[in-house]
Design a binder for this molecule. Structure first.
Ligand SMILES: [Zn+2]
Length: 314
C-alpha cells in the first residue's frame, strides 16, 4: 500500500482490464473524458457520450471484474455492513415514507409493488403497511434475510435479470440508487417495462451527475453509469415509458408504461454538450484554485534566483 492509502480513506487502486463498449443509451462510440480519478483519487476514467450525455466508466468492467470489486473493495469503500444498521434503517424508512406519500396516490389499494434493490426492506415495509402487496429483489443475502425476518416480506436474492416472476405483473416498480450500478441499464429498463401491468408506474432514482456541488466527487468504480435528469428520461422513454410529472426531483423520476414505442425519445439534443461543459468548468476552477499553478511559478522564480546567484558567483 502506498502513502496515499494511509491518508485518503478508500484510496486503494483496483486493477481491471474491462472492455470498450458503445453508449448504452444511444449506441454511439463518440466520447469525451470527464474524469481520470474517483472520489478517493484512485485512477478511474469516466467518459461522457458526446451524442446523448450518458456517462460511463471506460473501459467498462466485465461482470467478473465487478464481482471481484464487490467482494474485495466495496465494503472498504462504502464502510457497509452485512446487515442494516439503526442509522441506515432510519434513513431508509424516512425516504420510503416521503416517496410513498406521492407514489401511493398513483395506484389502487391492494396494488402489487416490486422494489428492485430492496436493501433492508424499509420501502417494502412501509408499502405493506399502506396495504399494498409487496415483493423485493436484493442481491445482498444479509439485507434480504433481514427484510424477510423483520417485516415478513418476500425478497428474491438474485440479480434482477435472473429472477422468474412466474408471469406476475406489478402496478408499481420502485428502484432507489440501483441503475447506476448496472452494466446494461437499458436492458433492465426494458425488463421493468415487461414486468409492469399496462399503465403501471416505474419510480427510479439515481445520483444526479449534473448536480453543481463537486461533480468530480461523484465518481466511483461501482457506479458504472452516470445519469442526469435528461439521460434518465431519454432512456426510460426509449424503453417504452412516458414521463409523469411528480414530486420526485431531477434524477429521480416517475414513468408510466405505455404500449406504443416512443420514437421521439431523443428530446434533449443539447444535454451532452451542456453537461460536458459543466465538467470542463469544474475542472478549470479546481485547477485555478489548487496550488499547482502557484507552485510552478514559485519553482520558476527559485530557479531564476539560483541561476543569477551562480552567474554572480562565476
Ligand atoms: Zn449516448
Amino acid at each position: 500500500m502506498s502513502f496515499l492509502s494511509k491518508i485518503v480513506p478508500g484510496y486503494r487502486p483496483f486493477r481491471y482490464v474491462g472492455e470498450k463498449i458503445a453508449c448504452n443509451l444511444c449506441g454511439s462510440g463518440e466520447k469525451s473524458v470527464i474524469a481520470t480519478r474517483d472520489r478517493w483519487l484512485n485512477p478511474l476514467t469516466n467518459v461522457i457520450c458526446t451524442n446523448c450525455g450518458l456517462i460511463r466508466v471506460d473501459p467498462m468492467p466485465t461482470d467478473a471484474e465487478l464481482d471481484r470489486y464487490y467482494t474485495d473493495h466495496y465494503r472498504l469503500h462504502y464502510q457497509s455492513t452485512l446487515e442494516p444498521t439503526p442509522k441506515t434503517i432510519e434513513r431508509g424508512m424516512s425516504g420510503a415514507k416521503t416517496r410513498l406519500s406521492y407514489l401511493s396516490k398513483l395506484i389502487k389499494p391492494g396494488a402489487r409493488v416490486l422494489d428492485i434493490g430492496a436493501g433492508g426492506g424499509e420501502f417494502l415495509a412501509e408499502a405493506k403497511r399502506l396495504g399494498f402487496e409487496v415483493e423485493g429483489v436484493e442481491p445482498s443475502v444479509g439485507f434480504a434475510r433481514y427484510a424477510e425476518r423483520t417485516y415478513g416480506v418476500k425478497v428474491h436474492i438474485a440479480p434482477l435479470m435472473k429472477i422468474d416472476f412466474g408471469g406476475r405483473k406489478f402496478d408499481l416498480i420502485h428502484s432507489f440508487h440501483v441503475f447506476e450500478h448496472l452494466r446494461d441499464p437499458f436492458a433492465s429498463m426494458k425488463l421493468v417495462h415487461s414486468l409492469l401491468a399496462p399503465g403501471g408506474y416505474f419510480y427510479v432514482a439515481v445520483p444526479n451527475m449534473a448536480e453543481k456541488r463537486t461533480p468530480t466527487g461523484m465518481f466511483h468504480f461501482a457506479h458504472v453509469h452516470g445519469f442526469a435528469y435528461e439521460s434518465l428520461r431519454m432512456m426510460a422513454e426509449k424503453a417504452g415509458f412516458e414521463w409523469v410529472p411528480s414530486e420526485a426531483l431531477r434524477a429521480a423520476q416517475v414513468f408510466r408504461r405505455i404500449e406504443t414505442p416512443q420514437t421521439g425519445w431523443f428530446r434533449f439534443p443539447n444535454h451532452a454538450r451542456e453537461l460536458e461543459q459543466k465538467f470542463r468548468d469544474a475542472r478549470l476552477s479546481r485547477h485555478l484554485f489548487s496550488s499547482a499553478p502557484y507552485r510552478r511559478a514559485w519553482a520558476r522564480l527559485m530557479r531564476k534566483l539560483g541561476e543569477r546567484k551562480l552567474k554572480n558567483a562565476g
